[in-house]
Design a protein around this ligand. Structure first.
Ligand code: ZN
Length: 492
C-alpha cells in the first residue's frame, strides 16, 4: 500500500469526475480528507499481484468508420476464474445493451461507451471490482456503477447483493437507505429507491456500507454522483460472511496504510520535446515508427519480447487506468528503449469534454507514468484521434506534442493477423507512423511478420521523436508522419 496517498488523490478526482457532487476534499490540498463517509478508498491496482487490464472493443463498423466509440476495460486476476468470467460477461452485456441502444442512431455525434474500473478492495480472500460505465448518446454523459465481489474462500463471484445475508437483509438495507436519503433533505426522491438499484456497494475505511446510485436514478441528473453511507453498526447485522470478510479487508487495508503523506509529483512542463529515446539518424536511415495504443495489457509482455528479439523500438500510448495497474510493464518498455506516451486516463473522446476534464485526464496519466518510469511523457495521442482546439491547447500547456498516424493497421476490427501484417507492410513508407493496438492478440500475432518484412526492406524501427531528428517536436503541434522530412532526401 505504499502508494496509498497517490491513489487516494486519484480516487478523489475520479469520484468528483463522476459527478462533482459530494466529496469534500478541496483540490488545493494533496492530503486525503477522510471526512466524506461515502468516499471509497480505492486500492492501488499496482499493489495487487497477477492483475492485468483487459479491453473489449466494438467490432461493428459501417462504411469504414466506427459508428460508435467504445472502450471497455476491466481487470483480470490470476487464480480468480469465476471473477474473470463474471467481469467479462458484465462487459459483454454492457456492450450488447449499448449496441441495441445505438442501432438506429445517426452517425454524428457518434455515441460513446466507456467502461473503466477501480478496486474497492483487494486483500486476502476478497476482491471488489467497481465498474463505472459512461454513456454519451449525443447530449452529455450519464454514468452508472456496478460493483462485483469475489470471495476466494468460496470461489464465488457475486453482485453487490452478495455482501448481504439474503432477501430480508436487502429489504432492510433498502429501508435504511431511504431513511438516510430522506434525512438528507437533498432534492432526491427516496420513494424511487428499490432493492435492484443497490448493485454498487462497497465499504469505507470505517467499515460503513457505501451504496452508490447511477446518475438520475433517485434524483435529478444534475446531482451527479449520489451515494449513501450506512453506518457499520446498522449494516453489520445484514452482512453475509462474504460481506463481513469484505468489510474486514477494507478496514485492515486502512490500518496498514501508512499515515497519509502528501506525495508531490513533478509538474514541470517542458517547452519542447527533444529527440531522445533512441539515437538513429532518420535523415540517413529509412525509419518507420510503430505505435501501440491502449495498453498495457495481458499481451504486452509477449509484444515486448518480440520487439526485443528483433532489436526494434516502438512508442506505447498507454491508457492511465491500465498503466496504473501494471507500472512494471511501463518500466520494462522504458528500459528496453521504447517510448512511453500518454493516451488519456480512461480513453474518453476528449473533444467532448470541458477543458478542465481534458487537463485532468491527461495530467493524471502523466503523473501515473512519471511515478512508474521517473520520466514525464512528452507525447500524447487522442483516443479515437478526436482532436479540437481545446485538446490541442491543453496538450500545449502540458508540454505534450500530439501524434496522429498515416498508416492504420485497421486492427481494431479484425482478428486476422495476416491481414493486419499485410496492410501494415503494404502501406508503410519512409517516415510512417503506424497505428496499432497492443491489447489485441491478433495484432501482437502480426508483429513478428511485420518486423521481419519491414526490416527485410531495410527499414529501421524507431520511436516517434526519432523521426523528427534534430528538428524535434513542439508541444501542442500535431504530427502525422515524418515524411515531410523524408521527402527532402532521395528515396531509395
Ligand atoms: Zn485508443
Amino acid at each position: 500500500m505504499h502508494k496509498k496517498g497517490l491513489i487516494g488523490g486519484i480516487a478523489l478526482l475520479a469520484l468528483s469526475a463522476v459527478g462533482g457532487g459530494l466529496a469534500t476534499a478541496s483540490p488545493e490540498r494533496d492530503v486525503l480528507v477522510p471526512a466524506e463517509p461515502t468516499m471509497i478508498d480505492f486500492v492501488d491496482p499496482a499493489t495487487v499481484g497477477g492483475l492485468v487490464a483487459r479491453t473489449l472493443s466494438d467490432a461493428d463498423r459501417g462504411h469504414g468508420h466506427a459508428r460508435r466509440l467504445v472502450h471497455i476495460t476491466y481487470p483480470e486476476l490470476r487464480d480468480a476464474p469465476r471473477l474473470n468470467r463474471a467481469l467479462h460477461d458484465e462487459a459483454e452485456r454492457t456492450l450488447h445493451h449499448f449496441r441495441d441502444l445505438t442501432k438506429f442512431d445517426a452517425p454524428r455525434p457518434r455515441p460513446e461507451l466507456n467502461v473503466d474500473w477501480q478496486l474497492a478492495a483487494a486483500s486476502g480472500d476478497i476482491v471488489g471490482v467497481r465498474l463505472r460505465t459512461g454513456e454519451s448518446l449525443g447530449n452529455g454523459w450519464s454514468n452508472s456503477i456496478r460493483t462485483l465481489w469475489y470471495d476466494r474462500r468460496t470461489g464465488k463471484a457475486t453482485g453487490s447483493a452478495g455482501l448481504l445475508s439474503g432477501h430480508a437483509a436487502l429489504r432492510d438495507l433498502t429501508r435504511l437507505v431511504k431513511d438516510r436519503l430522506a434525512k438528507r433533505g437533498s432534492p432526491t426522491d427516496p420513494g424511487r429507491v428499490t432493492g435492484d438499484q443497490l448493485d454498487s456497494m462497497a465499504f469505507n475505511q470505517g467499515g460503513d456500507l457505501v451504496v452508490e446510485f447511477d446518475d438520475c436514478q433517485v434524483g435529478p441528473c444534475s446531482l451527479g454522483r449520489l451515494a449513501v453511507a450506512v453506518p457499520a453498526r446498522q449494516a453489520d447485522p445484514l452482512l453475509s460472511p462474504t460481506g463481513r470478510r469484505a468489510q474486514e479487508a477494507v478496514r485492515e487495508a486502512a490500518r496498514q496504510a501508512a499515515p497519509t503523506v502528501p506525495r508531490t509529483l513533478p509538474s514541470s512542463s517542458p517547452e519542447a520535446v527533444s529527440n531522445r529515446a533512441g539515437s538513429v539518424d532518420c535523415a540517413k536511415a529509412k525509419c518507420v515508427a510503430l505505435t501501440f495504443d491502449d495498453g498495457p495489457g495481458p499481451d504486452t509482455p509477449r509484444l515486448l519480447d518480440m520487439l526485443h528479439q528483433a532489436g526494434a523500438r516502438a512508442t506505447f500510448f498507454t491508457v492511465g487506468t491500465s498503466a496504473a495497474a501494471r507500472p512494471d510493464l511501463l518500466v520494462r518498455m522504458s528500459v528496453e528503449g521504447h517510448l512511453v506516451a500518454n493516451h488519456s486516463w480512461a480513453h474518453l473522446d476528449l473533444s467532448k469534454l470541458t477543458t478542465s476534464k481534458i487537463a485532468d485526464s491527461l495530467r493524471r496519466t502523466q503523473d501515473t507514468i512519471t511515478a512508474a518510469i521517473g520520466e514525464r511523457p512528452t507525447l500524447m495521442r487522442a483516443p479515437y484521434g478526436a482532436l479540437n482546439e481545446d485538446v490541442m491547447d491543453v496538450a500545449a500547456d502540458m508540454g505534450l506534442a500530439i501524434v496522429g498516424r498515416n498508416v492504420d493497421a485497421g486492427d481494431k476490427y479484425t482478428n486476422d493477423a495476416k491481414a493486419i501484417a499485410d496492410r501494415v507492410t503494404r502501406q508503410a513508407r519512409v517516415g510512417a507512423i503506424v497505428l496499432m493496438h497492443g491489447v489485441h492478440p491478433a495484432t501482437v500475432d502480426a508483429v513478428p511478420d511485420i518486423l521481419k518484412k519491414l526490416q527485410g526492406k531495410g527499414y529501421t524501427l524507431v520511436t516517434v521523436p526519432e523521426l523528427y531528428g534534430t528538428a524535434g517536436m513542439q508541444a501542442g503541434h500535431l504530427y502525422r508522419s515524418g515524411s515531410e522530412i523524408a521527402r527532402h532526401r532521395p528515396l531509395t
